[in-house]
Design a protein around this ligand. Structure first.
Ligand code: ZN
Length: 247
């Protein structure tokens, strides 16, 4: 199996500003996700955060990324539009993108989806059960019928996204709502996975099953083709001589 180069991008604000969240993620959310990938093996892991130079994602870093993981919440608006455009073009060229939890409102996800990506939410620490709808899919390998999270934020339908190419998980909540919590799309040459779990005040990214989904998704989303989809405006010469009838 080839090594997949994964970059975990995290806004990294809650973990620095709120002591209770620091206690859950002393190394940041990106640190917990990185630890899971390193333990799984087969990944070269890099991290980037919003307050670093170039907002944590230089051209070089992006060029050396097979799969980008995105976690953001309170600072979506601070992400530079030029960076969003670079990430967008990288996805269209073949880079994989995994958008987690509140990343549903990130500029890059909304750009790729073309919709508002709105949803309903409630923070009541209720139980979430993610039903595995695609047991044959690469993303669900090693999982059972469902994943149970004792405490999570509720995200409910309707989730304003385009119809996924495939629905991987649907969540049920103790409060009665349901949510399409694992969805995949192709955009250009790139593969995109949205995965709902990961509210900052619960230790979701330390959960081995959640770590497994993220590792599986990184393998699934790793590029099959890397090629720019920007086509130069030139007339294409035919490969064969065309015996066109002249009128
Ligand atoms: Zn949340």
């Amino acid at each position: 199996m080839e090594t997949v180069r994964v970059t975990i991008w995290n806004e990294f604000r809650h973990e620095r500003e709120n002591k209770e969240i620091t206690a859950i993620y002393p190394e940041g959310i990106h640190g917990a996700i990185a630890a899971g990938l390193r333990a799984a093996g087969g990944f070269e892991v890099a991290v980037g955060t919003l307050d670093e130079p170039e907002q944590g994602l230089s051209d070089r870093r992006l060029a050396e990324t097979d799969v980008l993981i995105w976690w953001g919440h309170v600072a979506h608006a601070e992400v530079d539009d030029r960076l969003v455009e670079r990430v967008y073009q990288r996805v269209l060229s073949g880079m994989g993108l995994i958008v987690l939890h509140s990343g549903h409102f990130s500029k890059i996800f909304k750009r790729l989806m073309g919709t508002n990506c709105s949803l309903l939410w409630r923070e009541a620490g209720e139980k979430e059960r993610l039903w595995n709808l695609a047991p044959g899919h690469e993303i669900t390998q090693g999982l059972g019928d469902y994943i149970e999270l004792e405490h999570e934020e509720m995200y409910g339908e309707r989730f304003d996204i385009p119809e996924p190419d495939r629905l991987i998980f649907v969540s049920w909540y103790a409060g009665g709502e349901v949510f399409r919590s694992g969805c995949v799309w192709e955009r250009g040459n790139g593969r995109v996975f949205y995965f709902k779990p990961g509210h900052e005040s619960y230790p979701v990214y330390h959960n081995p099953e959640i770590q497994r989904v993220i590792a599986n998704a990184c393998r699934w989303a790793s590029p099959r083709v890397v090629s720019s989809t920007v086509v130069a405006r030139q007339v294409k010469q035919p490969l064969e001589q065309i015996a066109a009838e002249r009128r």
